[in-house]
Design a binder for this molecule. Structure first.
Ligand code: ATP
Ligand code: MG
Length: 610
């Protein structure tokens, strides 16, 4: 429960709404408890009028609320005609119901609306914390869990800040108000009548727990089911190509059968719920009538017919709030568990942060690696070992090497997606950590190896991350990336929606859009991670040709498996198993006759034969 105390600041922020909400709860219940009193008065009045002449004050006069007393005094002015009294009382009972309804409405408008505001703020709080965390965090977490924290956990907490708070305040006010008037009317009868209520609360609490446990299991099966269905749909081409429809539906049928079994089990427990409530409430009503009746017959305890009626009405009034105790308790438990997960998440500090006094000076582009080692924390793979090299500002550098040799890792270290395990990376002789993260990343253009497009228009994807994009510049970058013509052929040109992750486009088109996105920002340093692997050699050459001028004065690091582009590299770095095995100008490396020279020869032959 302690976890929920972190919500205090939210409640404090909405204290006026909360206070007003409590006020409305009390008012609605106040008008609610007056109606048994009016009913009691009418019964009393009618009873007396039929046997005695003239006005008699009701037996329970002293026990009634001041407002009811005022009403009774006022009604005397109208004489004691039974018809008039009954009609007036009927009207007043209607009026009370109306008032109660109005305040119930206001209660929801304040408390539930407050919980929605809190939900909104919490979602934003979590989302902005996600944005702070580094790549390492996201590698360890499944997307589903991340989504859950924003949707499921927050909505469970909302069940506390909204409905649970409402039920609790309702419970407290209805119990205290009705008990107050019941005790004032008759202490002994009240005690008898209340006996079954604790049992009711406990029974409901237990049934609720069972229901909760079962629904959790059902939720899990359901999310299993959705995950599999989702995968089957998005991978439908693979499924069909491998003729796995049958196997898949068989598997699906098994999960749905499991789901059906669990749901039917839940229905059984749920159907126990209302009968057990009715049973216990019935018991209270029975006790009221039986014990009240006995007292009445024996003329003890000053109990009249109206007392019994009033008590039956009070009992009914207590039914819902008391039966909601169990529900509320499990709501609070769940909210506490969810809030605990949220708190844990919010307390995670990102590993990659701005160091104090970080600068945001413009980059010129000299890059130095000094004895850099990097090990992936989650797998323990040593991706880079003792890496040292330097690149002058404005140089174009190719990084080549076998798959898994650490090329992408190197590029990501430059962006501080991760921090080095040991050694130093410097830009313009300044340690990478001494740059403001935002400033560093905004001055580096990066085309990742695995392209990601957002489900948005082509131009929004190219202009991603740039405030107020100029459509002229978008077209310009698209031309540089040699994708402009193909975009114009799309149904809506630059305004074409690319579909989820860009499914509407070919692999090569996606890569070039991703390239255009990096070029648009006009960065001082450009990192291209094998970003033309799906583009044919001729188009690649065309792009390289176009980039020549664009790249003048910029530092560019280009990871590639094809060295036969028209771009002239100042330097080539060859990586093997995380180590730098060759470095130098292309000519030097050709002379040396290592990996690069071999690669060069092979590709030259390929080109000649093509
Ligand atoms: P490719 O040419 O296939 O893109 P690469 O040279 O870019 O390969 P890297 O992606 O840098 O290679 O990977 C270097 C090593 O680090 C590999 O052994 C790889 O398995 C490992 N590795 C890469 N990314 C991660 C990660 N996120 N977590 C753990 N290990 C990783
Ligand atoms: Mg790679």
């Amino acid at each position: 429960m302690r976890e929920l105390s972190s919500l205090a600041s939210f409640f404090w922020k909405y204290k006026l709404r909360l206070a007003a909400g409590f006020g409305f709860v009390v008012l609605s219940n106040y008008f609610n408890v007056l109606s048994p009193q009016i009913t009691g008065f009418v019964i009393d009045h009618v009873q007396r009028a039929l046997s005695l002449q003239g006005y008699q004050p009701p037996a329970a006069y002293a026990a009634y609320d001041t407002l009811v007393k005022l009403f009774i005094d006022w009604i005397r002015q109208w004489g004691s005609d039974v018809g008039v009294v009954v009609a007036l009382c009927g009207a007043v009972i209607l009026l009370l119901a109306l008032l109660r309804g109005i305040f119930l409405f206001m209660m929801r408008q304040t408390l539930i609306v407050m919980s929605r505001y809190i939900e909104y703020e919490q979602k934003n709080q979590i989302f902005s914390h996600y944005q702070l965390l580094d790549t390492a965090f996201f590698r360890e977490q499944r997307t589903g869990d991340l989504m859950n924290r924003i949707t499921e956990d927050v909505s469970r907490v909302r069940m506390f800040t909204g409905p649970a708070v409402m039920y609790i305040s309702n419970l407290v006010s209805v119990i205290s108000l009705s008990l107050f008037f019941m005790f004032r009317r008759n202490v002994e009868l009240t005690l008898y009548v209340l006996m079954p209520l604790p049992m009711l609360a406990i029974a409901i609490y237990y049934i609720n727990n069972v229901i909760h446990r079962r629904s959790e299991r059902i939720q899990e099966t359901l999310s299993d089911l959705t995950t599999h269905a989702q995968e089957a749909y998005s991978g439908i081409r693979v499924v069909k190509a491998f003729a796995q429809e049958q196997a898949l539906s068989g598997f699906f049928r098994k999960i749905t059968a499991q789901y059906k079994k669990e749901v039917l089990g839940l229905v059984k427990v749920e159907s126990l719920y209302f009968p057990s409530i009715s049973l216990l409430i019935g018991l209270s009503t029975l006790l009221t009538i039986m014990i009240g009746g006995l007292y009445y017959i024996e003329g003890e305890q000053a109990i009249s017919l109206s007392t019994i009626v009033e008590f039956v009405m009070y009992i009914n009034m207590l039914t819902f709030p008391v039966s909601a105790i169990g529900l509320t308790a499990s709501m609070i438990q769940r909210a506490a568990a969810s809030q605990q997960r949220i708190n844990e998440f919010l307390s995670i500090r990102p590993a990659v942060t701005d160091s104090p006094g970080a600068t945001d000076q413009p980059l010129r582009g000299k890059i130095t690696f000094n004895q850099v080692n990097f090990t992936y924390a989650d797998t323990g793979i040593r991706a880079l070992q003792d890496l040292s090299f330097s690149i002058e500002a404005g140089q174009k550098v190719a990084i080549v090497g076998r798959t898994g040799s650490g090329k992408s890792t190197l590029v990501q270290l430059l962006l501080r997606q991760f921090d080095v395990s040991s050694g130093q990376i410097l830009i313009d002789e300044i340690l990478l950590q001494q740059f403001k993260l935002r400033s560093l990343r905004s001055q580096i253009g990066y085309v990742p190896q695995d392209v990601f497009l957002f489900s948005d228009t082509v131009s929004a994807n190219i202009g991603f991350g740039v405030a107020s994009v100029d459509s002229q510049k978008v077209v310009q970058s698209a031309r540089l990336a040699c994708i402009d013509e193909e975009i114009n052929e799309l149904s809506a040109g630059y305004d074409t929606m690319v579909g989820e992750r860009g499914v509407m486009l070919s692999g090569g088109q996606k890569q070039r859009i991703s390239l255009a996105r990096a070029l648009l920002r006009d960065p001082a340093v450009l990192l291209l991670d094998d970003c033309m692997s799906a583009v044919d050699a001729r188009t690649e050459q065309q792009i390289s040709l176009g980039l020549k001028e664009y790249l003048s004065g910029k530092t560019a690091i280009i990871v590639t498996h094809r060295i036969f582009s028209l771009l002239e590299f100042d330097k080539v770095l060859v990586l093997d198993e995380g180590r730098l095995v060759e470095a130098g100008s292309p000519n030097d490396l050709l002379q040396a006759g290592g990996y690069y020279a071999e690669m060069y020869k092979r590709q030259q032959q390929e080109q000649a034969s093509a």
